[in-house]
Design a protein around this ligand. Structure first.
Ligand code: G4P
Length: 534
């Protein structure tokens, strides 16, 4: 093991000990189970099974929507904080379904690393691959957990090869499994030279951990059946020859991922992974911003909103803006500047997402995620500072790929519908466009399931049944140019023009030809498929 990560800046200890990360995985690989065990070892819950109540598959505490329970998907992303090994872990939950890629993308702008969970029998699945590619765009460091080793799994080299080939990242084993399926007895912890033995009798019992003294230690022969030991020693010898050692800097650069093998449900390998995150995971990283980047060690507080969630608690009709602290030491009651509106905002009741419950945050450091309840002032992409006009960048809004018209079931309720839609638009749950011709709204999403979620939420949270209707449009582009040019363009193309919830001009398209025509006929207009949120 070589630690060459000397070019990490020295941060104040409170900041340096923070690890802010997300878990990426394909549905069913074990993200919920692993999250639960993280919280268990982080002392945030007392007993496994609290996160996902028994019998109600995939219901975590952070899930509250009927829809989520019914469909078994995690629609809402939330943040959870807990302590482990002298470190503060901030785990930001990513929605698992592929239809939520936009939300997931934004969540990944708020973390410094990702834990990739794969199923030992299935390897790299489609959703893992997609999410990995999003991480790659930001060179996020990735730590890998190969789960379900208690079941029949693939050959260890095959799993590692698949990751290296499909994801084009180097893999270094942090642990090595001994035995397969029914014969799986545990792992050799390569980083700490220990033998970890899984207890199949008690799923919540931490594995027996035996210190050994290198691979020649006679203790190995006492604890590992001869046939398994022989195969293991052969494999580990080969692994040493074929696979790179752990290079901390390569991990931090996102070009090498360490892999731990384990079984989340059996609480096996989880603590080793957590220790790995603590020891090798990145400390809070600088945030890109205009006109200058924000460094975590700066004395002054800055943070940005990466997610807004409305009606988190059905009893309080509030919105919570999830803010990633980018620098400084925040204290409750501080007055911060809301850069977009240049107005001061007293942050008197910020929330820290301790897994057990929402709790008032007395303080937060760079790297932490806090929730700020508000009445709609805070939008995705907003920056809060102690006065400097900084604007966090890199939090995009994507052009929707599916468009539908939406109407209130009761025509007299269309004002209510407008209010609900605007709120969801600000939350980033959908794009809402008001066409310049005709009445009604057009809603744009990235995946089909978002329509269902939206419909169900409008009905549940506003008591408004809605109808979606086919739209002649298939995509949307934001229109940029000099004010006069945009106005002239909008006048000449009224049937395509609408405004989004920020009042920006949007060109609705039916086919690629519409876009090509604008490019050809209006050289002073540009159309863009993303809009940087601000
Ligand atoms: P997800 O959030 O990634 O979708 O996965 P989740 O944790 O819900 O796990 C998916 C299924 O895999 C669950 O089974 C869970 O119990 C099981 N599982 C998780 N980790 C392990 C493991 O290490 N070994 C084995 N054998 N299974 C594991 P389920 O039957 O769908 O749900 P449930 O009835 O257990 O709640």
């Amino acid at each position: 093991m070589s630690d060459t990560a000397s070019n990490q800046p020295v941060l104040p200890p409170e900041i340096a000990r923070r690890r802010t990360f997300a878990i990426i995985s394909h549905p069913d690989a074990g993200k919920t189970t692993l999250t639960e065990k993280f919280l268990l070892y982080g002392g945030a819950i007392q007993m496994a099974g609290q996160v996902r109540a028994k019998g109600e598959a995939r219901r975590t505490r952070s899930d509250f929507m009927q829809m989520e329970k019914d469909r078994g998907i995690s629609v809402s992303a939330s943040a959870m904080s807990f302590d482990f090994d002298g470190h503060r872990f901030n785990l930001v939950d990513t929605p698992g379904h592929s239809d939520f890629s936009e939300d997931t993308y934004r969540t990944l702008t708020a973390v410094d690393a990702a834990v990739m969970v794969i199923d030992g029998a299935k390897g790299v699945e489609s959703q893992t691959q997609k999410l990995f590619e999003v991480c790659r765009l930001r060179d996020l460091p990735i730590l890998t957990f190969c789960n379900k080793m208690d079941r029949e799994s693939r050959d260890t080299f095959e799993i590692i090869d698949e990751i290296q080939e499909n994801l084009a990242i180097d893999v270094t084993p942090a642990s090595w499994p001994i035995g397969v399926g029914r014969d799986f007895i545990g792992c050799y912890d390569i980083l700490r030279d220990r033998l970890e033995l899984m207890d199949r009798a008690d799923r919540n019992k931490v594995a027996e951990s035996v210190e050994i003294n290198g691979l020649d230690d006679p203790k190995l022969a006492e604890l590992v059946p001869a046939d398994l030991l022989e195969k293991f020693l052969e494999e580990i010898e080969m692994a040493k020859e074929l696979l790179p050692p752990l290079d901390h800097q390569a991990l931090l650069d996102g070009t090498l991922t360490p892999i731990w093998f384990g079984s989340a449900i059996n609480s096996f390998g989880v603590q080793e992974l957590m220790a790995g995150i603590a020891q090798y995971g990145p400390q809070p990283q600088p945030q890109n911003a205009e006109p200058r980047a924000i460094a975590p060690e700066e004395k002054k507080v800055a943070g940005f909103v990466f997610k807004v969630q409305a009606n988190m608690d059905p009893k309080h009709r509030d919105r919570v803006a999830f803010v990633r602290m980018a620098s400084g030491h925040f204290k409750r009651g501080m007055k911060l500047t809301h850069v977009r509106t240049k107005k001061p905002m007293a942050i008197s009741n910020p929330v820290l997402f301790l897994a057990s419950d929402r709790e008032l945050a007395e303080e937060a450091w760079a790297g932490d995620i806090i929730g700020i309840p508000n009445h709609g002032q805070l939008r995705i992409g907003d920056t809060l500072t102690e006065g400097e006009m900084l604007r966090a960048t890199g939090i995009p809004s994507f052009a929707p790929e599916l468009l539908q018209g939406v109407r209130a079931g009761d025509p007299l309720k269309s004002k209510h519908l407008e209010k609900a839609l605007m709120q969801f638009a600000e939350e980033g749950a959908a794009k809402v466009f008001k066409p310049s011709i005709g009445s009604g709204f057009i809603v744009g999403v990235v995946g089909q399931l978002q329509f269902e979620v939206l419909g169900s939420r409008i009905e549940m949270e506003y008591g408004l049944p809605v109808r979606f209707e086919q739209s002649q449009f298939t995509s949307a582009r934001w229109v940029h140019g000099e004010k006069d040019a945009v106005e002239k363009f909008a006048d000449a193309n009224k049937q395509h023009i609408s405004h989004d919830n920020d009042g920006d001009v949007v060109f609705l398209t039916r086919m690629q030809w519409d876009i090509d025509r604008v490019v050809r006929d209006y050289p002073d207009i540009t159309l863009s498929a993303t809009k940087e949120m601000m």
